[in-house]
Design a binder for this molecule. Structure first.
Ligand code: PHE
Length: 347
């Protein structure tokens, strides 16, 4: 039996044949299995003689089957490797690629421009409490500016002071968060999302602002003006930028100024640079600014006699529109790749 089985294994031609031999020899009804069962009926003397022979047979057949199986598997693998070749010189198939959204790109540009002027980037929560968004910024409960902000309030959530939580209406609360968290001198910009209940071609309920804040000794309007001029020139990449500071009012700055930038008409479109009061030009409002109100500095626990500063706030989406020529703010938040492609922001 042993010679027969080993002979069959040696001449088997594939894995299926090996498996068939295994079943015939070692399966439940197999020949070797049958011999093993006879051991139970033998006398101890017979068993002592036949036992090692039968077990030896089983081991020899098992080993031969395993060796044959391994050999066939290796051969199959070799064949597969030979037939499947991989050409490493073929060009890679390009998958879809993401790209940077114009708003993100402008935020990056702003961070870079202001980093050169020594400003760090600060952040604050989009869900704010009343104190940071209004009260500390010298906008008390009764102030009409609260109504002007079209605030989204959370109906349930109340802060520790019992006032409703809200979606910040501007990035100015980051001024408060920065002044209460770190010692002057302070030079930060704070870009981020802001919210007001408002929607048309130039307003979306969610929009982006960048706040600027400088607190130090002896800061005056001249520092504000120089900083804004340097920033606007760098951002629009033009030296012929003209700015106009118009007296204005914000509760958290005194004096306050709205800042216009001069534009000229080019092919029926407004282009930033030159212009202003000159022939064929005009002014476009780009930001609000002013000297930080002493009450705001005091609300943050600083002495307004020692520390002064300036602040400004600017719509990022608007900055992007002016630089890259978009005309509908709503399209910024539609996620339409055709629109992004049209303005060169997606592949
Ligand atoms: N927070 C003001 C707004 O949203 C802008 C501003 C910021 C004005 C800082 C002055 C100083 O309109």
């Amino acid at each position: 039996l042993k010679t027969d089985l080993l002979g069959e294994i040696a001449t088997a031609t594939d894995l299926a044949a090996i498996e068939a031999i295994r079943v015939r020899a070692l399966g439940k009804q197999g020949a070797v299995t049958g011999l093993l069962k006879t051991l139970g009926q033998m006398t101890p003397e017979e068993r002592q003689e036949q036992g090692p022979r039968i077990h030896g047979l089983r081991e020899a057949v098992t080993a031969a089957l395993a060796a044959a199986k391994t050999a066939f598997e290796a051969a199959a693998l070799d064949a597969r490797l030979a037939s499947e070749t991989l050409d490493m010189s073929l060009p890679v198939m390009a998958g879809p690629q993401g790209s940077v959204h114009p708003v993100s790109q402008v935020m990056d540009e702003l961070a870079e421009i202001f980093a050169d002027l020594g400003f760090a980037v600060a952040t604050g929560p989009e869900i704010e409490d009343d104190w940071h968004n209004f009260t500390a910024l010298n906008i008390p409960e009764t102030h009409p500016a609260r109504a002007m902000h079209d605030t989204f309030y959370f109906p349930e959530d109340k802060a520790r002071d019992g006032r409703k939580m809200l979606l910040r209406t501007h990035t100015s609360p980051v001024q408060i968060r920065t002044m209460t968290a770190q010692e002057p001198p302070i030079r930060i910009i704070a870009p981020g999302r802001t919210y007001r209940s408002d929607s048309d071609a130039t307003h979306t309920p969610m929009f982006h602002q960048v706040e600027g804040l400088v607190i130090d000794r002896g800061i005056h309007m001249g520092h504000l003006k120089w900083t804004l001029e340097t920033f606007v020139k760098a951002y629009f990449e033009r030296d012929d930028i003209v700015l106009r500071l118009r007296p204005s009012y914000f509760p958290f700055t005194e004096p306050s100024a709205e800042v216009d930038v001069g534009f000229t008409w080019v092919n029926g479109k407004r282009v930033i640079g030159g212009g202003g009061d000159a022939e064929g030009g005009g002014w476009m409002e780009i930001l609000g600014s002013g000297m930080v109100h002493p009450k705001v500095i005091a609300a943050c626990g600083l002495d307004p006699e020692e520390w002064q500063g300036f602040a400004f706030g600017c719509g990022i989406d608007r900055l992007a529109m002016l630089k890259y020529g978009m005309d509908d703010l709503r399209a910024f938040f539609d996620g339409d790749l055709r629109w992004l492609r049209h303005y060169g922001f997606a592949a």
